[in-house]
Design a protein around this ligand. Structure first.
Ligand SMILES: [Zn+2]
Length: 518
């Protein structure tokens, strides 16, 4: 059985609150999805907004090696004609070979939202599908609210599908638009529908409002669906869409359905991070399969088991999805975990006892290395002399000025030595960390071109008071990324600037050094 993967990150996914993508971002994501080996990339609803139209007008579908580019639209308006409806006639002008047409299957919507009759709704489906098939498009039909419609009036819901199939749609996609259906019911409805349409491909499009987005997609496949729609990381409106990343891994590694080549499956982690990055969303470290913590083993007992045989505490091997096994170092760690950590980071462990006592001392001071791999690698590297600082600081100074008109200006000045040269650099920023980051990059950037690819992706501050009664200690965690990997660095100080500076420098130093190593 062949399963076709249909990605709608660039259409349904962009409905998520707070997400905006430029045309350039969309092109980069489309290329990434193509490289992952997905079969269809739905890139927008060009009739609904000028930005999506700009994408389709500027991007030639032939640039994708594997995926078919799909443009989305709705069925023609009730009472009109497909050839007079601009939302429909736009599609033949575009290079995208696929057209995804959405129409209503739930009578409640037909009558209350479209204000039309079920018969006119069927006619609109027939006209629109036939028009686009005649224009040589591959028509994928999205049956909106299919499960609610089926519950309410199965005959009408099936009739809508039949109209689309008879007019030439190649795939009938059953949509759980409100995301409220549970797997048992969904599976039964999909099974019944598959039996009604033995010659047409049946697809599934689920939302996660009941927390069953992925489970429902898998249940649909078990019931005979062969086309699966979803978004990378489950990004979408409200609670999101079916997460295609988890779905792909489950289909291939658990259900034995070959959906991607093995080498492509190994790109899954990178694709997931890349899309989060371009959407300016902090990647959730606990995502199934691809999260930074998905294969992190903390407890001593677990680590012991993993050392004997990874299958003892891992459901699949992390490499298969391009992730890595991690052994976070915490207060409970012993020498073995330091050795394992050094190996994982590609370092000589050197004097393990010295490293361990340095970690314990720093943890007492308030450092925390579980989310700060970069600082830990540097700590190990510094005890062995392997880590070389990028520069030597002379002084740094920050001026923050709040003006009567409400504006705040922050300026940082750094004096340092880099590769034997003394540099003085001043930069403005929207806050002290931003100003420091800019001034530092300005000073050392010419010596380290890799820095251009590295930027800060997350900044977290925690006030710790368990150590001292009077002066509180501040711990700062900074995540940095080069768009493919994410690493964390930690800084601690009585002063937030000092703590931020330490984490900032560690993040950049680790980024530069690990890029050099390749
Ligand atoms: Zn949807």
């Amino acid at each position: 059985m062949t399963i076709r993967l249909f990605d709608t990150t660039l259409r349904d996914g962009t409905q998520r609150e707070g997400v905006t993508l430029t045309t350039e971002d969309k092109i980069r994501i489309a290329r990434e999805l193509d490289a992952l080996g997905l079969h269809y990339v739905e890139a927008g609803f060009p009739a609904s907004n000028p930005k999506d139209l700009e994408f389709f007008e500027n991007f030639d579908a032939a640039e994708l090696d594997n995926a078919r580019l799909v443009a989305f639209t709705r069925a023609r308006r009730p009472g009109g004609r497909a050839e007079d409806d601009p939302a429909v006639t736009l599609l033949p002008r575009l290079s995208a070979p696929g057209a995804c047409i959405v129409a209503k299957t739930w009578k409640l919507h037909v009558e209350k939202v479209l204000n039309t009759t079920p018969e006119e709704n069927l006619q609109s489906v027939r006209d629109t599908v036939a028009y686009l098939v005649a224009a040589s498009k591959e028509v994928i039909f999205d049956a909106e609210h299919y499960f609610d419609g089926f519950r309410n009036d199965p005959e009408h819901a099936l009739e809508v599908l039949r109209s689309a199939a008879e007019a030439g749609a190649t795939t009938l996609v059953l949509c759980d638009t409100n995301g409220g259906t549970l797997p048992t019911e969904l599976k039964a409805v999909v099974g019944r529908t598959v039996r009604e349409f033995p010659d047409v491909e049946i697809g599934i499009h689920t939302h996660n409002d009941s927390g069953c987005g992925v489970a429902n997609a898998l249940a649909a496949v078990e019931a005979g669906a062969t086309h699966v729609q979803g978004t990378i990381n489950g990004i979408g409106e409200r609670c999101g869409n079916c997460d295609l990343v988890t779905t792909i891994a489950n289909l291939q590694l658990k259900m034995g359905l070959k959906v991607l080549d093995d080498e492509r499956l190994q790109r899954l982690t990178e694709t997931s991070n890349y899309v989060s990055e371009l959407m300016n969303l902090t990647p959730d470290s606990h995502r199934p399969y691809v999260g930074h913590s998905a294969f992190a083993h903390k407890g001593g007992l677990h680590m012991d088991g993993i050392a004997r045989d990874p299958a003892t505490y891992e459901h699949v091997a992390p490499e298969r999805v391009g992730n890595v096994r991690r052994t976070p170092v915490g207060e409970l760690s012993g020498k073995n975990s330091i050795r394992a950590k050094a190996e994982e980071l590609g370092l000589e462990a050197g004097d393990i006892a010295a490293v361990l006592s340095a970690i314990k001392q720093r943890e007492y001071e308030g450092y925390h290395y579980e989310a700060a791999d970069a600082s830990l690698a540097l700590l190990i590297g510094r005890t062995t002399g392997e880590a070389q600082p990028l520069f030597e600081l002379e002084t740094l100074r920050i001026i923050s000025e709040k003006r009567a008109d409400g504006q705040t200006n922050t300026e940082a000045t750094i004096k340092l030595f880099v590769k034997g040269q003394r540099v003085i650099s001043t930069a403005e920023g929207n806050g002290p960390v931003n100003a420091l980051d800019r001034a530092l990059r300005q000073a050392i950037g010419p010596h380290y071109p890799e820095l251009k690819e590295i930027h800060l992706s997350n900044y977290k501050v925690r006030i710790l008071d368990e150590h001292r009664a009077t002066a509180a200690t501040t711990r700062v965690l900074i995540d940095s990324t080069d768009g493919k990997r994410v690493w964390g660095a930690v800084g601690v100080g009585e002063n937030i600037i000092e703590a931020s500076w330490e984490a900032l420098v560690d993040g950049l130093e680790y980024g530069v050094n690990s890029t050099e190593k390749g």
